[in-house]
Design a protein around this ligand. Structure first.
Ligand code: ADP
Length: 281
């Protein structure tokens, strides 16, 4: 029997080290055990998360004020000279991007530190897909992009935090619309399988180069900085989605052909009567 296992443990002493243990047994019956002291790495990760959390909190308050002021100004653009009205409109759009970036930073640090996943609901992914698509409807209409949901009438429930899973899906649909050319459609498919429910978001945008595919779920990663500068975005949406899906015991992946479009999918395990009873399932 060959196989491998990974585990992490913290030695219970004051300031005890955190150890990462990797075990592997090869087909030729050799066994390997590797212990690595990851205390310093974990400490730095904690500091980074806290730093981002504090920073985004500090940024949020003044930004919200600026954003509200820009909105108010834009609302009576009629009373402004045309040049000024144009600039106000730009300020409004850019502050909107800033607010979104700061919110995503906050979300990511919360999700990373694991305090966000509390609520446990029975989620109907078909209904969730429909309501999520409604949240992007206006944005899609402005972009001239069509939105469709294909889901069977009965979808087995998955267990999790409905708001968070909705956010993961929203990020995927939002990207699909953002990168779609006018006139194209974005299709969300909900597909129950034996042990899980798969949700796929398909677009006919520019696609993702093969070399970039393995990296797009990383924090801050953007394929084409020039393109996303115009469209707006932090490079955090997909890493937030990945964190959420994985915290639900699921997986997330992307398929894409350059020039033809992309399909982003995730799968979350179905809550069977026995599955629900298993701790950690
Ligand atoms: P962003 O805020 O930049 O959209 P994401 O983490 O959501 O950040 O996405 C990371 C990068 O992956 C994007 O900048 C873009 O280059 C690429 N990407 C994501 N979704 C799509 C898509 N549907 N079509 C083409 N490229 C995409």
């Amino acid at each position: 029997e060959s196989g491998s296992a990974v585990g992490e443990l913290t030695v219970r002493r004051e300031q005890g080290p955190t150890l990462l243990a990797r075990a592997r047994r090869t087909a030729s019956r050799d066994a390997w055990l590797v212990l690595e002291d990851v205390s310093e790495l974990r400490r730095l990760q904690r500091i980074r998360t806290e730093f981002i959390d504090n920073l985004s909190h500090e940024l949020r308050t003044p930004l919200t004020t600026v954003s509200l002021l820009a909105e108010t100004l834009a609302a009576d653009a009629d009373s402004l000279p045309p040049k000024a009205a144009e600039r106000v409109a730009k300020i409004e759009v850019e502050t909107g991007h800033l607010v979104q970036m700061v919110n995503e930073l906050l979300d990511l640090s919360r999700i990373e530190s694991g305090i966000a996943m509390v609520a446990l609901d029975d989620i109907d992914l078909g209904r969730l897909a429909t309501s999520t698509v409604e949240r992007v409807r206006l944005f899609a209409e402005r972009q001239g992009v069509g939105l469709e949901v294909h889901a069977p009438p009965e979808v087995p429930a998955v267990r999790g935090d409905r708001e968070r899973v909705g956010q993961a899906l929203l990020n995927l649909v939002h990207n699909a619309v953002k990168f779609s050319p006018p006139g194209a459609a974005v299709v969300v498919r909900v597909m129950p399988a034996e042990t899980e429910v798969v949700v796929a978001v398909e677009d006919h945008g520019p696609g993702i180069p093969r070399a970039a595919l393995p990296r797009i779920f990383e924090r801050f990663y953007k394929v084409d900085r020039a393109r996303t500068r115009i469209a707006g975005g932090t490079g955090l949406g997909l890493s937030i989605a990945r964190h959420i899906v994985e915290a639900h015991g699921g997986r997330i992946w992307a398929e894409s052909e350059e020039g033809a479009g992309s399909t982003f999918s995730f799968a979350i395990p179905i809550t069977g009567p026995d599955l629900a009873a298993t701790p950690g399932a």
